[in-house]
Design a protein around this ligand. Structure first.
Ligand code: IPM
Ligand code: MG
Length: 379
């Protein structure tokens, strides 16, 4: 094992140097893009795998109707991005093939269907790669259950934690494996600022900082400390510390859960708890997700590509709500608030108030296309 240990030490040094470079780059980041003042906004549309093309086709119909005037005037360009399929990615051995990444970088914002992530092997998740390559540091996920007074928004750090080096751990075959978790100063400061800015701009009075700093002392300890340093600049907003385990319990405790407003968390905890939160709202098919950076932003469904649904021949019955909510988040991000409000109102009518066409995800429910016909009628 001596050779393996020496190789691992060399690899570890290079990982440390790369992370230091990343931290330094973040400190020198360019000012963030201002969409409201832009002449043309290019929206990239990426199908993804499994049910991706099915739900994206419907999302496109909705965008074409909502943005008809903006498309006609040239203010918005909808651009199809091909090639981000599991077949192509496996054939090229690239999480995001170079030509696809180049095409993506010609867009300002992206609406993306779910992409399949192979378990094991070395192919990185396309999501993780895109979040890193486009530096989409804030994963913002709203969840609301109005009848229970639940109005939550999660600010999940989206580029580091367990994800930064998740495909680059060390294995001593037959002996043990090690993965790495990274928290940077600049990476934490910017996500904390995003959460507190949101709270301030939206009249929220409390931010829950959720970690496991009692165990992950270096990384989560730093996350919590920096989050509080940032919080000090927002004296009107209360900042509370929570551990992730008790917070997962709190979310299913009706006696306390409605008091939470804004959540700020490192990457993996944010990944897990936002699925739980989406389930409370009605399922992962009902929640949208925004991946926001200073230059690019990507909006997607919170769920995966549902290969089992495709195998069962039920792909056409997939629920498009999650990708449509992502489209709404995208419209808000590009300062098209009135279009976002129209979509939101139509979705609320179809999903909560009128419920004339109901998607269950199975053959007993409406198809993705039939639901969208209904939604388009109400738009
Ligand atoms: C999510 C997903 C992704 C993640 C997967 C698909 C890589 O679960 O967006 O929450 O783990 O972040
Ligand atoms: Mg997830």
């Amino acid at each position: 094992m001596e050779n393996e240990i020496r190789e691992a030490v060399v690899k570890f040094e290079s990982l440390l140097r790369q992370q230091l470079e990343r931290q330094n780059r973040m400190e020198q980041a360019a000012p963030e893009k201002d969409f409201a003042g832009m002449k043309t906004i290019t929206v990239g549309l990426i199908d993804g795998d499994g049910i991706g093309p099915i739900i994206m086709k419907q999302a496109e119909r909705v965008l074409e109707k909502l943005l008809a005037d903006d498309i006609a005037s040239g203010r918005v360009v909808l651009k199809k991005i091909e090639g981000l399929t599991i077949e192509n990615r496996l054939a090229l051995g690239k999480a995001v093939p170079e030509d696809v990444l180049a095409a993506i970088k010609t867009c300002d914002v992206l609406l993306k269907g779910p992409t399949t992530t192979p378990k094991g092997g070395t192919l990185e998740s396309a999501n993780v790669t895109l979040r890193r390559e486009l530096d989409l540091y804030a994963n913002v996920r709203p969840v609301s259950v109005p009848e229970e007074g639940i109005d939550w928004i999660f600010f999940r750090e989206n580029t580091e934690g367990e994800y930064a080096l998740g495909s680059r751990g060390i294995e001593l075959p037959g002996k043990f494996s090690m993965d790495f978790k990274v928290t940077t100063d600049a990476g934490t400061r910017r996500i904390a600022k995003a959460a507190f800015d949101y709270a301030r701009a939206n009249g929220k009075t409390n931010v829950a900082i959720v970690t496991k700093a009692n165990i992950m002392k270096k990384t989560d300890g730093m996350f919590s400390r920096i989050a509080h340093e940032v919080a000090a600049e927002y004296p009107e907003i209360e900042a509370d510390d929570w551990y992730i385990d008790i917070m997962t319990a709190n979310l299913v405790n009706p006696a306390v859960r409605s008091k939470f407003q804004v959540f700020l968390l490192p990457n993996l905890y944010g990944d897990i708890i936002t699925d739980e939160a989406a389930q409370i709202q009605g399922g992962v098919g009902t929640a949208g997700s925004a991946n926001i950076g200073g230059q690019y932003a990507m909006f997607e469904a919170i769920h995966g590509s549902a290969p089992r649904k495709i195998e069962a021949g039920e792909g056409d019955y997939a629920n498009p709500s999650s990708i449509l909510k992502a489209a709404e988040l995208m419209l808000r991000h590009i300062a098209m608030t009135d279009r976002a409000d129209r979509l939101n109102a139509a979705l609320a009518l179809c999903l909560e108030q009128e419920k004339r066409v109901v998607v269950t995800g199975h053959r007993d429910g409406a198809t993705c296309a039939a639901f969208t016909d209904y939604l388009l009628e109400k738009l």
